[in-house]
Design a protein around this ligand. Structure first.
Ligand code: FS2
Ligand code: SF4
Length: 543
């Protein structure tokens, strides 16, 4: 096997024997085969209008290969078969891209090709969430095929860079689509305090990014005496009016994904994984883990969409599996009864349990997405003009297990009191329970949401630039990002495509960036690896 797509890759170079994430060689091989088949499907779709099934397969096929999503050989094989059936229907002559060729060839070309592939994988997750809520955009969908076809072609380094920048713009549109999907379905997030207290009695923990799954779970647990707690990237759900209205949505349990094996150990409640990041479940809680949608793990119970029945025809199965007709055919309606029954069977704790965040805080705030922040834009602008706010930092991104990630906690702790920290994604758990106070009523830590809410951060930055009549690069704003998986790759490409410079990135640099490609990014965009919080803060604030 070979895989170097995430930050924890073996030796900082590539996983070759088994994935650090737990991915087995056979699954890695199948995922490569699936990627080659998707390139084949894109080739077959050239010059044609592929149908909804081909679109859905493309999104789910890419999403299934994102880190910590699907470890199930059988499910990946099923996807490959469906892709082949669809490809044959479009053009029986179209050839798959050979899986063995994905990671081989000239080092710089492999690097550029991989960067585009990994970006596409990340964007597929966002497009899929939007698609589930009935939002698609023809140009975004079409670009998946364009990008996949490009992976199977030869390009010069300059052509690859052009493709990457084009991709970054498309991903901005895709994140905008998801923002529209989430806010039109559930309202605009409002600042919300979320306690870390788990009340006695039966409960369910829901993790991942899929708000539609949470909504269905809330509907199905109403009046059943079961409380719901978010975990990981589901935390921002508390801020959406159409989700927070459910009284059984009580609080947040646990922190970021890499702590799950410790946090879920003997948990007297089921855990529902709606997306990444799933780690191999330990025996002490494996019987209470449920996956849904594109997530999968061998022997772990899976909640399928409505018409994903064993005896369904391949097309019906695919329609159900891929949620086509979520609106018109209730294809994505799920029955969470097995999760609910497990919660009742396990019964929860017999007394209320108080938890804390990583720094001892007993509650966190979320819900400072674009609408909430821009709603107080005048106040923010006045505070900047009056010199009360000297600098904004966007400190966010994915979390991970490496010790070097303490950098982000220390960085935030060391920021001067006249600075504001915007944050998003699961990296925020390193510091979101810190009490850093406020500046004239504006909290110093503003949680904008999930990783995809990078869209909100971009909107806020653009609005501030307009207000101050300058470019985003001229704002007193610095991005200090942590990366782990492929959604971070697509977001980074969007930021670069927008021409945003001087981004700090860590805890280590992606293994898939060759020395030459990295040099280009450093020269063109002043992409900067993190050093120490003190040194970086000093450099940023003296600029
Ligand atoms: Fe965190 Fe994992 Fe959000 Fe990433 S929960 S690293 O997939 O997407 O961020
Ligand atoms: Fe290794 Fe990351 Fe790939 Fe898993 S996803 S096999 S940890 S590089």
């Amino acid at each position: 096997m070979f895989c170097f797509q995430c930050e924890q890759t073996a030796g900082g170079k590539g996983c070759t024997k088994v994935g650090v994430c737990g991915k087995k060689p056979d699954v890695a091989g199948k995922q490569d085969e699936l990627t080659g088949a998707l390139i084949g499907l894109a080739r077959a779709a050239a010059g044609k209008t592929p149908g909804k099934l081909a679109d859905a397969l493309t999104l789910q096929g890419l999403f299934a290969t994102v880190t910590n999503v699907n470890f199930d050989n059988a499910r990946i094989t099923e996807l490959i078969d469906l892709v082949h059936t669809e490809k044959a229907a479009l053009d029986p002559q179209a050839l798959d891209f050979p899986a063995a060729a994905l990671w081989t060839g000239n080092e710089d070309i492999v690097s550029l090709r991989s960067t585009l592939l990994l970006g596409l994988r990340g964007m597929a997750a966002y497009a899929w969430h939007a698609h589930i809520l009935g939002k698609t955009a023809a140009d975004v969908t079409a670009w998946f095929y364009t990008g996949l076809r490009a992976l199977g072609e030869d390009h010069t380094a300059d052509e690859w860079l052009t493709l990457l920048m084009e991709f970054g713009q498309v991903n901005l549109k895709c994140m905008g689509l998801l923002d529209e999907a989430n806010t039109s379905a559930y309202g605009h997030p409002v600042p919300t305090k979320v306690p870390a207290l788990v009340e006695k009695g039966p409960f369910i923990v829901i993790t991942g990014h899929d708000l539609h799954d949470l909504k269905q779970l809330l509907e199905q647990t109403e009046g059943k005496g079961i409380n719901i707690y978010t975990h990981g990237e589901m935390l921002p759900a508390h801020a959406y009016p159409e989700l927070k209205k459910y009284s059984q949505l009580k609080g947040n349990f646990g922190t970021a994904w890499q702590n799950q094996q410790k946090e879920f150990d003997n948990l007297p409640a089921p855990i529902l994984f709606t997306t990444n990041c799933l780690m191999p479940p330990k025996a002490s809680y494996a019987d209470r883990v449920f996956t849904t949608d594109v997530v999968g793990y061998p022997e772990i119970k899976h909640i399928a969409a409505g018409n994903d029945k064993k005896d369904a025809s391949i097309i019906d199965k695919a329609l159900g599996l891929f949620g086509i007709g979520a609106q018109e055919k209730s294809g994505l309606n799920k029955d969470f009864t097995p999760v609910i029954n497990k919660a009742l069977e396990l019964g929860g704790w017999q007394e209320d349990r108080h938890f804390t965040g990583i720094n001892g805080g007993t509650e966190v705030m979320t819900g400072f997405a674009r609408n909430a922040v821009l709603g107080v834009a005048d106040k923010v602008i006045d505070a900047v003009k009056a010199g009360h706010i000297k600098h904004f930092f966007l400190v966010g991104g994915c979390d991970g297990a490496k010790p070097g990630r303490n950098y982000y906690t220390e960085f935030v702790q060391k920021t001067p009191p006249d600075t504001v920290i915007l944050t998003l994604a699961c990296g925020k758990y390193r510091f979101n329970d810190l009490s850093l106070g406020d500046i004239g009523g504006i909290p110093r830590i503003l949680d904008m949401g999930q990783c995809n809410d990078a869209y909100s951060a971009i909107q806020v930055a653009v609005a501030l630039a307009q207000a101050f009549n300058c470019g985003v690069n001229d704002l007193p704003l610095t991005l200090v990002l942590s990366w782990y998986e492929q959604k971070a790759v697509c977001i980074l490409l969007t930021l670069l495509a927008l021409g945003i410079k001087n981004i700090y990135i860590g805890p280590s640099l992606p293994a898939f960036l060759s020395g030459n490609v990295l040099n280009i990014l450093v020269e063109k965009f002043a992409l900067t690896p993190i050093s120490t919080p003190e040194q970086d803060l000093q450099a940023i604030l003296s600029r």
